[in-house]
Every structure is written in structure tokens, then in C-alpha cells.
Design a binder for this molecule. Structure first.
Ligand code: PLP
Length: 284
């Protein structure tokens, strides 16, 4: 395996950044995860758009042109022979003597790209069998719209989920479901409406979420972008989560309570089935 680190392709086992990298010391950086299918990135354009926004919000300069970055992403996928998997990209404010203030303006941002194939599932994929979620209080900062590497609340929440035998943890604030530790949250009401929280604040605007909203519209399904409460989720006909690495995973239980009939529902399935009709396949 090979990783791209600040201009060089190096053996993955030896890929390293400096101990005074601001990503390491302050979580002063952003990232993107893009699905790779058939060797092609899914929704590269949207992921790069979100990357630029995250960088702008944190006043980190874009380390290279989008064109050059595209070449690095493709080359990392190619060198790792990834057909189906993910490509990971991280940009930090660079290396400087530890000090909270931004480093000198000529400090180059650090950039790292890795790619790996998805592990073939030994057990039935959650996409087929459905998965469980637990809920946790949302103790994150209020700029979760920025895709920063500062993910400690997410790490703790997801570990709690794992220890409870669940796939994901949903952050709940004032009774309202915000999103998962690394996914957006959705329900289907008994009336059949697809509900997901507006992305104006309090959640990350998932690329998969954006594409699925378009998929739902094309399928003629009713979509309601609004807050939903945990009580509404308990009473929902279906629930599911979305992210670039998993697309759609049906949720069959929340905090141990069965959702719907306890089986993956038809709406989650049809959204998943039509996802790649709407998602953009980048060139190789
Ligand atoms: N919400 C959070 C907190 C995430 O970390 C992620 C992805 O990592 C998502 C939502 C889903 O976003 P996307 O569909 O762009 O992968």
C-alpha cells in the first residue's frame, strides 16, 4: 500500500507527518472520504466543493489546485489498486512550533491521501439485514457543518454504540435527532414521508444525503426536510442512515426498541437501489 504525503508517494507503513503538525496537536484540519466504485470516485465534484468550504471556514489555504488534487486522488487509488473502497484526504494547517495562533502565512498546509479497498463482508451486510443505533446526548461544538478532524465526541459515541452491539450512535439535542457519529439520520413516517434534518446547522451536510434527496425526488417520494424527534423515530415506519462509505443502511432498532416491523424497509431499499443512477461517477 502507498500513501500520498506532502508531495510524495510513500509506503503506507512509513507514511508519517511531523510531530508538530497542527492536525496532530490541535485537530486543526479537515478531511473528506469519497467512495470508490469500479476504480472511480463517487461524487468527487461535491466532495471537493465541501472540502473547499471546510477550508474556507477555517481559513486554511487550499494546498494545491483542484486539478492537481484530482490527479493525486486518482493516482493514490490507482497505486493501491482500489476498485471498490474509499479514498481519504486530509488537509491541516501545517507544521509549526506549537502555538495556538495561526502559523506564519507562508506555512504550507499538510496534505495526506490514502486509499483502501473495502473488506469483503463475512457476515450479511447491514444493508441487507438492518442495523441497530443507540442515542447519546449531543455534546459537540456548534460548527459540525465543517468536516474537521476534531472527532472526539464522535469517537466516544461510536465506541459506546459498538460496546452496546449497535452500528451507530445518534446525537440527540433537546429531544431532536441531529445525525449519527459518521452518518446522517433519516426516518420514514407512518404516512410515508421521508424526513431528514435540514442541513442549515447542527449537522454535516452529507454528500450522500444531498444525492439521496435528489433520488427521492426522482422516485416521486415525499420528502420533508425538517427536524424530527426521537419519539417520532421510535414511531417511524422505517429508519436509515447515510454516508459515503455505506450509502444507505436500514436501522431496525433504536435504543433497543424495534422500528417498524424490525426488518429493512422498502423506502431505504429503493433509495439505495437508485443511488448510483443519480450519483456522479468521476473519470478514472
Ligand atoms: N455526518 C457526520 C458527522 C459524518 O462524519 C459523515 C461522514 O463522515 C456524514 C454525516 C455523512 O456524510 P457523507 O454522506 O458526505 O459521507
Amino acid at each position: 500500500r502507498v500513501a500520498y504525503v506532502n508531495g510524495l508517494y510513500v509506503p503506507h507503513a512509513e507514511a508519517a507527518v511531523h510531530v508538530e503538525d497542527r492536525g496532530y496537536q490541535f485537530a486543526d484540519g479537515v478531511y473528506e472520504v469519497c467512495e470508490v466504485r469500479g476504480g472511480r470516485m463517487i461524487d468527487e465534484r461535491r466532495h471537493m466543493g465541501r472540502l473547499q468550504r471546510s477550508l474556507r471556514e477555517l481559513r486554511i489555504v487550499m494546498p494545491m489546485s483542484l486539478g492537481a488534487l484530482g490527479v493525486v486522488l486518482r493516482e493514490t487509488i490507482r497505486r493501491n489498486r482500489v476498485r471498490d473502497g474509499i479514498v481519504y484526504l486530509q488537509v491541516t494547517r501545517g507544521v509549526a512550533r506549537r502555538d495556538h495562533y495561526f502559523p506564519a502565512p507562508d506555512t504550507p498546509p499538510s496534505i495526506v491521501v490514502t486509499a483502501r479497498a473495502s473488506i469483503p463482508a463475512k457476515v450479511p451486510a447491514p444493508a441487507i439485514s438492518g442495523a441497530a443505533v443507540i442515542t447519546v446526548p449531543d455534546n459537540r461544538w456548534d460548527r459540525v457543518d465543517i468536516k474537521t478532524v476534531g472527532l472526539l465526541p464522535n469517537v466516544l459515541a461510536k465506541q459506546a454504540a459498538k460496546e452496546a452491539g449497535a452500528r451507530e450512535a445518534w446525537f440527540v439535542r433537546d429531544g431532536v435527532v441531529m445525525e449519527g457519529g459518521s452518518t446522517n439520520a433519516w426516518i420514514v413516517t407512518q404516512a410515508g414521508a421521508i424526513v431528514t434534518r435540514p442541513a442549515e446547522s447542527g449537522i454535516l451536510r452529507g454528500i450522500t444525503r444531498t444525492v439521496l434527496l435528489e433520488v427521492a425526488n426522482r422516485l416521486g417520494l415525499t420528502v420533508d426536510e425538517r427536524d424530527f424527534t426521537l419519539d417520532e423515530a421510535f414511531a417511524a415506519r422505517e429508519a436509515f442512515i447515510s454516508s459515503a462509505s455505506n450509502v444507505v443502511v436500514p436501522i431496525v432498532s433504536i435504543d433497543g426498541k424495534t422500528i417498524g416491523d424490525g426488518k429493512p424497509g422498502p423506502v431505504a431499499r429503493s433509495l439505495r437501489d437508485s443511488f448510483y443512477d443519480v450519483a456522479e461517477f468521476a473519470r478514472k
